[in-house]
Design a protein around this ligand. Structure first.
Ligand code: RTP
Ligand code: MG
Length: 138
């Protein structure tokens, strides 16, 4: 059994896509073991995206991720890191497969509705960034 961190980004929340995203997880048999709505501070967003701090889009990404509320979730299931990435689609919605969340709802390479951890190590770091053990209920 694996866990991953999912975020519905500010654009997804603003477009009323919380239910749409959750429905896709539940339909795929993925279990939500933690969930909260929150607004990130600049330092929380910078810590979360620290791996990208040298990238040219970092400043813009931090402004975007702090621009409004997000929904953070811990997902659980077999192979859930890859399953979630498949439901999300490619970072650039123009390259995302038909039927994926980003292909259907993203408008921009940055405003791409969802985030999902990309490996077991990043999942552990990211889950820990948002949730403590008492907030995760299997
Ligand atoms: P995420 O981390 O949010 O799940 O997305 P990802 O793995 O598919 O993409 P990643 O390379 O980790 O990039 C993180 C987020 O930064 C924004 N981005 N903007 N302007 C740009 O060229 C650019 N490239 C990436 C996106 O919001 C991307 O999801
Ligand atoms: Mg990433």
């Amino acid at each position: 059994m694996e866990r991953t961190l999912s975020l519905i980004k500010p654009d997804g929340v603003a477009k009323n896509l919380i239910g749409e995203v959750i429905k896709r997880f539940e339909t795929a048999g993925i279990k939500i073991v933690a969930m909260k709505k929150m607004q990130l501070t600049k330092s929380q967003a910078e810590g979360f995206y620290a791996v990208h701090k040298e990238r040219p889009f970092f400043g813009s990404l931090i402004d975007f991720m702090t621009s409004g509320p997000i929904v953070a979730m811990v997902l659980e299931g077999d192979d859930v890191i890859a399953k979630n990435r498949k439901l999300m689609g490619a970072t650039n919605f123009k390259e995302a497969e038909e039927g994926t969340i980003r292909r259907e709802f993203a408008t921009d390479i940055e405003k791409n509705v969802v985030h999902g951890s990309d490996a077991p190590e990043t999942a552990a770091f990211e889950i820990n960034h948002f949730f403590n053990n008492m907030e995760i209920v299997g």
